[in-house]
Design a protein around this ligand. Structure first.
Ligand code: GSH
Length: 208
């Protein structure tokens, strides 16, 4: 049994969705990521970066980094429709965008969500928030103009679409995507409609 440690509405939803589609047995443990206390202390013991998702593997070992988890799930459930098979024409694009999402988009939140962790003066904090927000929008537009839809990889749904699905709920949020990245907004809507993800959606975005 896998144990996914997460926080509702965060990137743990991506891995939870991948697990749900994989058919692998898993359970979730939701904690309050931002609230100092025993749960957060435990998170830092598991992941010194203090980030979710954290995945406890059936043998008890600890995995961090969503892309690593997604690739591991794909290794274990290669027929779950989460990625093109190695050697297929779309596999390089899958790998490219997976790394792009976690290396170019995810860190804009790491540095922009709470700039006070990195910058002392309020003016600098505001600037760090603004530049990371702008950089993220630039990166999303790059994806938008690179894809044809209806999924990130064209006709083939993959775990990339799960990242889009979760991340359109974060800054600059869904209405911005509808205006400036309509293909990405459509991907999020299409994943939303996947019945096998209804429970994951309810756990992560109960009001949606
Ligand atoms: N590279 C990591 C990023 C994980 C990450 O930044 N998670 C956010 C939640 S969406 C988090 O835990 N933020 C808390 C923090 O950075 O202090 C991954 O892909 O798993």
């Amino acid at each position: 049994m896998f144990r996914l440690i997460g926080n509702p509405g965060t990137g743990s939803a991506i891995v939870e969705a991948a697990l749900a589609l994989s058919g692998l047995p898993y359970e979730t443990e939701m904690l309050d990521l931002w609230q100092p206390g025993p749960e957060r202390d435990r998170l830092f013991q598991l992941n010194p970066l203090g980030q979710v998702p954290v995945l406890i593997l059936p043998d008890g070992s600890v995995m961090t980094e969503s892309a690593a988890m997604v690739l591991h799930i794909i290794d274990l459930a290669p027929d779950a429709g989460l990625a093109p098979k190695p050697g297929s024409a779309t596999r390089p694009a899958f790998l490219r965008w997976l790394i792009f999402l976690v290396a170019s988009i995810y860190p804009t939140f790491t540095y922009g969500d709470d700039p006070s962790r990195y910058v002392n003066e309020q003016e600098g904090r505001d600037e760090l928030r603004a530049v990371t927000d702008a950089e993220r929008q630039r990166a999303w537009r790059q994806i938008e103009t690179s894809i044809a839809g209806p999924w990130m990889l064209g006709s083939e749904r993959s775990a990339l679409d799960l990242y889009v699905w979760a991340m359109v709920n974060w800054r600059p949020r869904r209405d911005w995507f509808r205006s400036y990245c309509p293909r990405l907004a459509q991907i999020a809507d299409a994943v939303d409609a996947e019945p096998r993800l209804a429970a994951v959606k309810a756990e992560n975005w109960p009001a949606a």
